[in-house]
Structure formats: C-alpha cells, structure tokens
Design a binder for this molecule. Sequence first.
Ligand SMILES: C[S@@+](CC[C@H](N)C(=O)[O-])C[C@H]1O[C@@H](n2cnc3c(N)ncnc32)[C@H](O)[C@@H]1O
Length: 249
Amino acid sequence: MDKNLIKKIKEKREFSELPDSIVEKVARLAKEDVKVARALLRKYFGVFLTNRVLKGKIFNDEMLTAHMSSRKRDYEKFYEEIFSDVHDVGSIIDFGAGVNGFSYSYLKKRFGNVDYIAVEAVDQLVEHMNDYFKKEDFSANAVCVDLFDVESVFKILKKQKKSRVVFMFQVIDALENLERDFSKKFILGISKECERIVLSLPTESLGGRKKFAVRRKWILDFLVKNFIIKKDFVMNGERGIIIEKKTNS
Ligand SMILES: C[S@@+](CC[C@H](N)C(=O)[O-])C[C@H]1O[C@@H](n2cnc3c(N)ncnc32)[C@H](O)[C@@H]1O
C-alpha cells in the first residue's frame, strides 16, 4: 500500500500516534478512502477516548473514570471476582489496555509489586500510563504494540514472569472489527504461554442497541469448546469470563 496514504490518514492529530500497521489495515477495509478510513479509526479507536483522557492531565486513578470502557467498573470488586481463588501471580499482561494501567494500585494491594505490562495501540495512552508508573514507582510498564503483530506479542508475553495472567478487557470487538475470527487465533495462541486469561465483553453496546447477545454467541461457543471456564460473571454492564487451558491441551 502507498505509504503516502497512511501518512495522509495520520495527519489528523488523534491518529498520528497509531501504529502504521493498524492504519494500513483500516485503510484496506476503507478501500483506501481517506475519509472512510478516518471515520473507521474514530469508531474503533477514538470513541472510547474523551479529551480528558487524551490530554493526560489526570495523574491518578481518576483516569479510569475518564475512559469510556473503565468508567463504570468498581475495580475493588472486579479484581476480587477475578482473583478470589488466586494467591500467586508472577505477572499480568493487559492486551488492549486502554487506561487500565491506572488500576495498578488495586493490583498492588492484592499482590504487592506484581509485574504489570500494558499493551496498547494508542501511544498517548501508553505515555500517560508510563508517566504514572514512573511517578508512583510501580513495577509496571506500557508498550505501544499492535496486537495483530503476533510476533511482538509473543516476544512480550514470553519475557514475563510465571505464572502469567492475561487481561483482554473489551478488546474482542476491536480485533474482530479489523479481522474476523482473529481473536480466536489470538486466544488459542497466547493460551499456550499463560496460565489464565480473563476476558470481558460489554453487555450492551455504547449506543445501547440490541442484537448484541446474538453476536456474542460465537465467542462463548468457542471458549466453552476449547477451554475450562473457571468463572463467568456480570458486573456493571460487563461480562467477565475467566478461562484456563484444558489439562490435555
Ligand atoms: C474498548 S477499549 C478497552 C480498554 C481496556 N481494556 C478496558 O477495558 O478498560 C479497547 C482498547 O483496545 C485497544 N486496541 C484495539 N485494537 C488494538 C490493537 N490491534 N492493538 C493494540 N491495542 C488495540 C484500543 O486502542 C482500546 O484502548
């Protein structure tokens, strides 16, 4: 694809820091139409971000309430559901983290200085999280990586301490929008390198429209078929599913 097209799309400041690989994927979906590509990027990557988040003038966990995906979460309770049966975690790898790194203090309360790494495509968010981690001297790090760059994802994952817990909160739709069925391949692949995956799905769309449940069935069928479902819970407009490998896989 013409590199100038990618450059042109990224002239808009809000997209300037996205990895080229993502912009290229979206440009292809948009049949190389700049306007359509930007509209799709806005829909897939921008809609969750408020100005307060992008500007990054918030230096504490209030950031969590400024981001569309995390704003309704009660992190104390959310992590209690996720970790109630887990006492020993080497590292937490957060794929498509958004601003979730700002919840590190809740993890620290549970596990002390547990290693945390946020993998996120929007570099502004990566920078805000890294500023925060540095300021608080947390054992945490954020990196700007495209989850479709599977090689880099595996490199990152393999470097983390065992036992590894992977978060994929509200990222399935983002992956599926760009490549159908990619999330299945992704989950099967990473499951070989981690002990536990925690997925979440919004129980209603941003616009509050229906036909959502139907669209969800394929992922649930896939998870039930390939994994042990350790827990399946609903909390504050979000469905959390904890999966582990089947012992013979
Ligand atoms: C709906 S938000 C969820 C954020 C966070 N996980 C949460 O639940 O609070 C989806 C996030 O995934 C990120 N994302 C989407 N596609 C991605 C990709 N291909 N690589 C890395 N991050 C991606 C988006 O930038 C966005 O921050």
